[in-house]
Design a protein around this ligand. Structure first.
Ligand code: PMP
Length: 459
């Protein structure tokens, strides 16, 4: 069907009619014609194992048959109402999704993107607390709308406009690269699977990051604040895991200042971390507001906010309006995604296959001195590349890119992130198998070997 759009022409259209600020992966970008579960097929019919799922968005698999049937059924029934009329699909979804949250998180809002969900969460926090200031973590990504851009503390995404008014980015408690870094705690709820020494330096670092947060609260904001937002594991920031208890203590400090706590589950939600359905559950905390997007509808535009009735009621003095939020087709797809996660055992799969992959990657870390850290949980995995394990200096982007391009040439698509672009991000559709991991590890190992040879030749 796309024969009239050959590769060169698509590339030209991209250059002429689409913004140059659109991120495009690879020197020779892939022209993807089709997807099936964890696989992508390009215009030449080449198959790729997709370890990034269109940036952590394909949760249950491209064109998953059960999700497709649900979408088609709804498309033949009702497309849209803007919720001025009742329709079953939204209400069925509201029951199913809120059942997955502890009390008092039982009120649902639907939006179309993670940015919109976080916008709404900020608005709620401000209306409920009648305060303005919000604390976020450096390295976090929470959206690109003017409101959420203030929370996105990654310079690459910042425009020179007054976008951070009332947003205060505190230091991210990164125990590998952070200024008080160490190593991951063995009994951390967000542990790596090896080289965890239950290190006192991790706990010590946590205390320092908490002290830093206290200092910020005492110096940068009024006595009463609107809230705090954090991802349960930082995504774009480079799959950054915080020391055990950090979020718990941070939540206590924020609540003591009248603020509400927002968990951004856009990447960590929907069973991705394996041990739990939501990332925040690993931290033994209950947020006041939870935001979701990406994997919620397996690539269909949809996002959500869940909160308590008390907080939600604070928005009632004005109309809440969102034309497409709660769209019947989106809700039918979201509902099917929840069914598939359950029926296909995808949470168990995330845990089992993710842990297997972490262990296999850890073996590569022993072999290749340019792998500094292997971390993550379930199928939210980061591999931090360094010039050598001793110095922990970020591997320069040119070198990271060579490995990344080689993986693609050998049929494996991987994501990237980290403040220096030094972290490979592995967050595949959750239907991935152990055999797929074996293939990916063989490819990654070959790409690393090639890079070590290039380094040796250069020296
Ligand atoms: N929060 C997180 C953690 C994200 O990763 C993203 C998207 N990268 C967003 C929010 C914003 O979502 P969207 O792109 O759908 O607006």
């Amino acid at each position: 069907p796309y024969e009239s759009y050959p590769y060169e022409q698509v590339l030209k259209i991209r250059q002429r009619n689409l913004s140059a600020s659109l991120i495009t992966y690879y020197k020779k970008p892939l022209l993807i014609h089709q997807g099936h579960m964890q696989w992508l097929f390009d215009s030449e019919g080449r198959r790729y194992l997709d370890l990034f799922g269109g940036i952590v968005t394909i949760s249950v698999g491209q064109c998953h048959p059960k999700v497709m049937v649900a979408a088609q059924k709804q498309l033949g029934r009702l497309w849209h109402t803007t919720n001025i009329h009742l329709h079953p699909s939204l209400h069925e979804y509201a029951v199913k999704l809120t059942a997955l949250f502890p009390e008092p998180l039982k009120v649902l809002y639907l939006t179309n993107s993670g940015s919109e969900a976080n916008d709404l969460a900020m608005l709620m926090a401000r209306c409920y607390t009648q305060s303005f200031d919000i604390i976020n973590l450096r390295g976090g990504y929470h959206g690109s709308s003017p409101y959420t851009l203030g929370l996105t503390a990654v310079g690459l995404y910042k425009y020179a406009i007054a976008n951070s008014f009332g947003c205060h980015a505190t230091i991210c408690p990164d125990v590998y690269r952070g200024i008080w870094g160490g190593s991951h705690c063995r009994d951390s709820p967000v542990q790596t699977t090896r080289k965890c020494c239950c290190s006192p330096d991790c706990c010590e670092a946590k205390d320092r990051y908490i002290e830093q947060l206290k200092e910020m609260l005492n110096t940068c904001v009024p006595r009463r604040i609107a809230g705090f937002i954090a991802e349960s594991i930082q995504g774009l920031g480079g799959v950054v895991q915080y020391p055990k208890e950090f979020l718990k203590e941070a939540y206590q400090l924020i609540r003591a200042r009248g603020g509400v706590c927002i968990a951004d589950e856009v990447q960590t939600g929907f069973a991705r971390t394996g041990s739990h359905f939501w990332g925040f559950q690993s931290h033994d905390i209950i947020p006041d507001i939870v935001t979701m997007a990406k994997g919620i509808a397996n690539g269909f535009p949809m996002a959500a906010v869940v909160t308590s009735k008390e907080i939600s009621d604070s928005l009632n003095h004005a109309m809440h309006f969102n034309t497409f939020g709660g769209n019947p087709v989106a809700c039918a797809i979201g509902s099917a995604v929840l069914d598939v996660i359950e029926e296909d055992g995808l949470q168990r799969n995330s845990e089992a296959v993710g842990t297997y992959m972490l262990l296999e990657l850890a073996k590569l870390q022993d072999k290749f001195n340019i792998i500094g850290d292997v971390r993550g949980k379930g199928l939210m995995i980061g591999v931090e590349m360094v010039t050598d394990q001793e110095s922990r200096k970020p591997l320069p982007p040119e070198e990271v890119n060579l490995i990344w391009e080689d993986c693609k040439e050998m049929g494996v698509v991987i994501g990237k992130g980290g403040l220096y672009g030094q972290v490979f991000r592995i967050k595949p559709p959750m239907c991935i198998t152990v055999e797929d991991v074996d293939f990916a590890i063989a490819v990654f190992s070959a790409a690393l070997t090639r890079q070590m040879e290039r380094r040796a030749a250069a020296n």
